[in-house]
Design a protein around this ligand. Structure first.
Ligand code: HEC
Ligand SMILES: [Cu+2]
Length: 443
């Protein structure tokens, strides 16, 4: 529909341009032709607009996952306010300048051929009063924008003084193309610092201060509904703070071009109420879950049939939205608990493969084998809603797809990449099935 309206408008414009062109060439402004062109153009424009109203304008609602127009915390809100101030001031300037221009165009237009060939009127050389007041007005407009902008810059730089005592600290590190999140030991009693990846869990209603670093190139940390963007720069510590007013599930994105898979370097922020957050920390502190074969009724080894893997096939994790029957946050909560059907032998086989196929050299699974730090920490990978840095939904099909063809899912990613030691790990379907069962059990 949109394409159709656009074509219609283009055709209309073409006609109108031809008509206007002919009129200019002859310089005989046949008022009939000009009027016809004008009316024709207007009619086509209106027709086009009418056609466009038939389209479904989702973008107009501006409530996408990564919109900055619907905010969920004070930092993003203050950033949005600056945007609105700037927008209104420039809109008013546009209206004033546009009105003066329209007035002058209509009032002083040539009405007949005598007007057309008339001498230009006497030129003036400026009016100091008008010029000074215009300068004054421009300065005023800039000051009007600058005051809230500066206030917002101070506000977004650090949490307000009175809230400092309540700040929660987290460290985020950018890697090509995923994010590591560490919770400093001072806030986690017992086990030292906690490390997770790609899903940042925060307490809702509390300011969270995130220190930002990178181990390779420049990345940028951005959670459109909460705060951003601040660059993660090599050899330089940056920080930002954000706060989610209510518990929720938020989309984040690297916002600085960082290589091939920059566009799919995503992450999630999960804000939880006090109790849920405390429970999450308690679970996270536990080493990886070990499935006890004796506890499980089914000792059979089910085989999962995986569909053929297609590049860019459906599976991207964006499908959760407000209209889904399960909200993204509830989806996350469900993901925290072990699946009802688990096969202990398959999981044991997967655990063995994790070591034998050198996965353990790049990934940490606390409590099991694996101390690698090249890739994301997988200690609790089973309880995350996404894999491959927020790209795919974390379910058996997508996990299998990722393990079988990480290079196709995410171009250039550093798992299995040529040049790394395990260069091209080959996994059979059976091995993938076992690894999927193992990873899924790591709650
Ligand atoms: C050469 C190091 C390396 C090896 C070996 C490796 N991985 Fe990875 N893995 C990575 C990196 C790097 C990523 C992050 C890729 C990205 O998202 O850009 C990753 C991502 C993952 C993820 C998604 C994690 C998340 O939070 O999104 C899983 C699951 C995974 N690997 C499992 C495995 C398994 C199973 C093996 C063994 C068959 C394995 N990896 C071998 C480096 C490695
Ligand atoms: Cu990046």
């Amino acid at each position: 529909m949109a394409a159709c309206s656009r074509t219609l408008l283009q055709v209309g414009n073409l006609f109108a341009d031809i008509l206007l062109f002919t009129t200019t060439v002859t310089m005989r402004l046949s008022s009939f032709l000009t009027k016809l062109a004008l009316w024709g153009r207007t009619a086509l424009l209106m027709g086009g607009v009418l056609l466009l109203t038939g389209c479904k304008f989702n973008f107009w609602q501006m409530d996408g996952h990564q919109t900055t127009m619907v905010t969920s915390g004070p930092v993003a809100k203050s950033q949005l306010e600056v945007f609105y101030v700037t927008c209104w001031v420039t809109l008013i300037i546009f209206l004033i300048v546009g009105a003066v221009l329209a007035y002058a165009t209509i009032k002083f237009k040539a009405r007949n051929s005598a007007d057309e060939h008339a001498e230009p009127p006497a030129q003036s050389h400026g009016n100091p009063m008008i010029e000074l007041s215009l300068i004054g007005l421009s300065v005023l407009a800039l000051v009007f924008i600058a005051v809230p902008t500066l206030k917002a810059i101070w506000f977004t730089y650090d949490p307000p003084e009175e809230q400092k005592a309540n700040v929660y600290e987290i460290a985020a590190t950018g890697y090509q193309w995923w994010f590591k999140f560490s919770y400093p030991a001072e806030q986690i009693d017992g086990v030292g610092s906690l490390t997770t990846a790609n899903e940042l869990v925060i307490p809702a209603g509390r300011p969270v201060r995130i220190s930002l670093r990178t181990v390779d190139v420049i990345h940028s940390f951005w959670v459109p509904k909460l705060a951003g963007k601040v660059d993660m720069i090599p050899n330089r510590g940056n920080h930002l703070w954000l706060q989610a007013d209510e518990p929720g599930y938020f989309w984040g994105q690297c916002a600085e071009f960082c290589g091939e898979s920059h566009a799919v370097m995503r992450f999630r922020v999960i804000a939880l109420n006090e109790q849920d957050f405390a429970e999450w920390v308690a679970r996270e502190k536990q080493p990886a879950r070990t499935v006890n074969a004796a506890e499980l009724a089914s000792a059979e080894k089910p085989q999962i049939e995986f569909a053929a893997f297609k590049r860019n096939a459906y599976g991207f994790s964006d499908k959760w939205n407000a209209k889904a029957d399960v909200s993204p946050l509830d989806n996350w909560k469900q993901q925290q608990f072990p699946a009802k059907q688990e096969s202990a032998p398959l999981i044991a086989e997967g655990r063995e493969l994790f070591l034998n196929k050198t996965c353990a050299g790049c990934h940490t699974v606390r409590g099991h084998d694996g101390l690698g730090i090249t890739g994301p920490d997988l200690t609790h990978i089973g309880s995350r809603t996404t894999i491959a840095a927020g790209l795919l939904e974390n379910n058996p099909e997508q996990l299998a797809r990722w393990l079988a063809h990480p290079d196709q899912v995410k171009p250039g990613n550093k798992m299995y990449e040529t040049g790394y030691i395990p260069n091209n790990i080959q996994l059979s379907n059976e091995e993938v099935t076992a690894l999927v069962a193992y990873l899924g059990s790591l709650k």
